[in-house]
Design a binder for this molecule. Structure first.
Ligand code: ATP
Ligand code: MG
Length: 458
């Protein structure tokens, strides 16, 4: 780095010029010298220069003037001003005009070399920083969310817009698509970021417990309620409440939730005092709430209160261009965490990941890479380090062919294959038909018809 640094020295005293030039060249810098301001500026315009050292008093012009002209041409040039002994005023003037440092005459050569070393280091750091920032920007969207696909850019846009308001947001998306990270990103981008972000998993609690978890309870409200307890709504006051798996809440709690949304107030379980809170609500669900309404398990009025701004998180297979970007991100994360030096994925492994359908989405990718890295002996993740469902995804066809080969005509072989394939996709999606239809690239209706026609058991 040192030998790439180019320096111009402007001083009208020949001895000074020569001594400085010799010392700097001995340290490996490329040095040009000039006697006057004009000459120095002419040199500067012709050559790329990192550092300019100039005397404050030059025969033809003021050193500060030279500094200003240089900075106007190339702002990142670093200027060291040499001032007369005791002239603090001019040193201050030079620093104010943008000098990086100054020296008063007479000075020890080591002092100058030290200043230059420091400036070179600063420049290196700035360049490194710029590079890192560029790298980070290439990979990340908002708040550490990885992904650059058009679908994700749309999500980032929505996050930024809604975070500036208090509107209720409803996040849709399959398991592992990042609903929780997005909820968190909205909170962190919002003016509420320094207030609490409180999360409740509505599917994890039975009705009565969920009610007291959300709204709190008074002492003696039910057996075991030994003390008064604040609910999550109160804990989130001033901040954001994230209700995960909202599609799973029982009808009784739905009614109470509807009231909070309408009136912003509630009572603790077993209490009479009405409590008001200022809470921003974000909800998430894997379910199709419209379907739940049809089935009668979800209140329509609550749905409209929650669905003010819906954000759909795309499945990973719908934005394949993000798969390898995310893989890089997780490899980086886990190799650092486990202290392993890993170069990345082999070409075969990349192809397999790119083609895989990821029913478990980002979480599935994250888990498989964590496991691969933990067990990895070498430096590169190979195809065989990936789970069977990924690296074996080529083989089922082969296996099925062998199975079918028992002298069957093509039509019944195709039928058998269709049946096996649809069955395996349904198994993978745990019977979720919407998701299965998407993977198969057919409508739900066609899937239903196939299930009936091929007598598929689910
Ligand atoms: N865009 C992203 N960039 C980086 N990591 C992500 C991204 N989205 C999700 N993740 C990671 O993937 C994992 C799953 O994300 P998250 O828990 O938010 O999903 P989810 O949709 O809430 O899933 P579930 O419905 O199963 O609760 C987390 O470890 C999260 O950090
Ligand atoms: Mg979640």
């Amino acid at each position: 780095m040192v030998d790439e640094t180019k320096i111009i020295v402007i001083d009208d005293e020949p001895l000074m010029r020569i001594t400085v030039q010799d010392a700097l060249m001995a340290d490996g810098y490329k040095v040009a010298v000039a006697e006057t301001g004009k000459e120095g500026l002419a040199l500067f315009t012709k050559n790329h220069t990192d550092i300019l050292i100039t005397d404050l008093k030059l025969p033809d012009m003021d050193g500060v003037q030279v500094l200003k002209e240089v900075k106007a041409m190339v702002p990142e040039t670093q200027v060291i001003m040499i001032t007369a002994y005791g002239s603090i005023d001019s040193a201050v003037r030079a620093m104010k005009a943008g000098a990086s440092d100054y020296l008063t005459k007479p000075f020890a050569m080591d002092e100058l070399l030290l200043i230059i070393k420091r400036l070179v280091r600063i420049k290196q750091l700035e360049e490194e920083n710029l590079l890192l920032r560029k790298k980070v920007e290439e990979r990340y969207g908002l708040e550490g969310l990885v992904g650059k696909s058009p679908q994700m850019l749309k999500v980032y846009d929505l996050i930024e817009t809604v975070s500036q308001t208090d509107t209720t947001v409803l996040l849709y998306g399959e398991s592992g698509t990042g609903k929780e990270v997005v909820a968190n990103a909205i909170h962190l981008q919002s003016p509420r970021k320094n207030r609490p972000f409180v999360k409740v998993n509505c599917a994890a609690l039975p009705e009565t417990l969920l009610e007291s978890e959300l709204f709190g309870h008074e002492k003696g409200a039910f057996t075991g309620a030994l003390k008064q307890r604040k609910g999550r709504f109160e804990m989130a006051d001033g901040g954001t409440l994230f209700l995960d798996e909202i599609g799973d809440i029982a009808p009784g709690v739905q009614v109470k939730l509807l009231r909070v949304l309408q009136e912003r107030q509630f009572e603790r379980v077993g209490g009479n005092e009405t409590i008001s809170v200022d809470v921003r609500l974000i909800c998430a669900t894997q379910r199709d709430l419209k379907e739940e309404i049809q089935k009668g398990t979800f209140r329509e009025d609550l749905y409209y209160r929650l669905n003010v701004v819906p954000i759909m998180l795309p499945a990973l297979r719908e934005r394949r261009e993000d798969i390898l970007l995310l893989a890089d991100h997780f490899i980086d994360k886990f190799s650092k965490k486990m202290g392993k030096e890993i170069t990345g994925l082999s070409e075969d492994a990349k192809t397999l990941l790119f083609k895989y359908s990821f029913p478990g989405n980002i979480r599935e990718l994250e888990n498989m890479l964590e496991r691969a890295i933990a067990l990895l002996k070498g430096k590169t993740i190979q195809a065989e380090d990936l789970p069977e469902e990924v690296c074996g995804s080529e083989t089922p066809v082969h296996t099925i062919c062998e199975k079918i080969l028992a002298s069957k005509p093509l039509s019944s072989a195709v039928r058998l294959f269709e049946k096996e394939y649809i069955q395996s996709v349904l198994e993978k999606t745990k019977g979720k038909k919407g998701q299965a239809a998407e993977i198969l690239g057919i409508s739900r209706k066609t899937l239903w018809e196939k299930i009936k026609e091929l007598e598929i058991e689910i």
